[in-house]
Design a protein around this ligand. Sequence first.
Ligand code: AMP
Ligand code: MG
Length: 416
Amino acid sequence: MTDTDTSATTAPALEALTSVEAHLAEILAGIRPLPPTELSLPEAEGLVLAQDVTATQPLPSFDNSAMDGYAVLAQDVAAASEQAPVTLPVVAEIAAGDTGAYAINPGTAIRIMTGAMLPRGAELVIPVEWTDAGTSRVSIHTKASPGHAVRRAGDDAQPGQLLVPAGTRLKPMHIAAIAAAGHGSVPVHPRPRVVVLSTGDELAEPGTPIIPGRIWDSNSFMIAAAAREAGCLAYRQAGIPDKPDEVLRTIEDQLIRADLLVTTGGVSMGGEHDVVKAALRQLGTLTFRKVAMQPGMPQGFGSIGAEKVPIITLPGNPVSAYVSFQIFVRPAIGALQADDGLGLPVVTAELTAPLRSPAGRRSFLRGMLEGGTITPLTGQGSHQVATLGRANALITVPEWVVQMQPGEAAEVLVLP
Ligand code: AMP
Ligand code: MG
């Protein structure tokens, strides 16, 4: 049996197929989050926070000016107007970063810059735009009430306040809040290291010549790229020959640098050439099964070595491997980081063309999502990697649906 079947009239397989959900749930049940480690902010970016980050001080930590202008008392500018500006002596100038202890006296103004500490006693800041911008004396033509253009200590966050909760995947805005609160490093789940292995005597490296009977390896590059896109470090170990001993030896060699192993090829139902299956069966900790999906029916997972490194074995056909990665491996990568949010976004879109799907299996058809419409692409074979290269979405057709018509609403996974 292969997973290349694209016939829409295929009857449900007689043997029991495992549902997509059940297979994914079993994979996830065997994965523990990587232990947290303290990393500097640049290193932590994109990773999942392992502990709440709170403010240790008020934010801002001191009263300061929101604008370039003049710190004054409200009573001294109460009479200011366009017709009758108020003039005050300018007795000092405070720049951002100036830590001097300034205080305001009635009847005077202090020139102050944005972010500079407010002088003791000052009630408000008159923006420079409301003045003649004088340096020894300033003429103010607009009044303001206490608190104007003043940023109060703690108006952004109070000490102890939660800034970024554990479980957040750190994006630039989170990094900003963490840095502004003075934390130079944070505990995060480390970037998972994924080792990608491709097997097959037919495989050649892209960039080298091939002869008929050989193909260029696309899976190992694709899966490594997909793993990186999902936030991992990815290592490729490509072109492993179809010999179970070599497959097993390579896998064991790679365990040292793997938090997750992903293989492609060698797990279909074709017997002696299914070397990954043959190699890993000896270990007894792997489950191989058929999943009720198309493409991607032959799937396997388990753990390996003393460290029980999780391993997921994907089918060899490139489209099958790609779809299987998005459906099973991406969430597994999330689980390594205690993040259950790595699944693909789901949207509903209107079909522009009819489609067919096998009974009893969930189809993931390559499509082009444009606005609110989805167009199934021509060439849905699981070897048709050129079609995959044009897709930006997967149309999910439920197990019990065998055809859909234009205008129907389809469930669509948006590809990253
Ligand atoms: P297998 O599961 O090993 O029987 O492979 C199924 C199909 O996928 C065959 O047509 C293989 O040539 C193809 N295939 C396997 N591995 C790769 C790879 N790394 N890159 C591209 N195609 C592959
Ligand atoms: Mg093979």
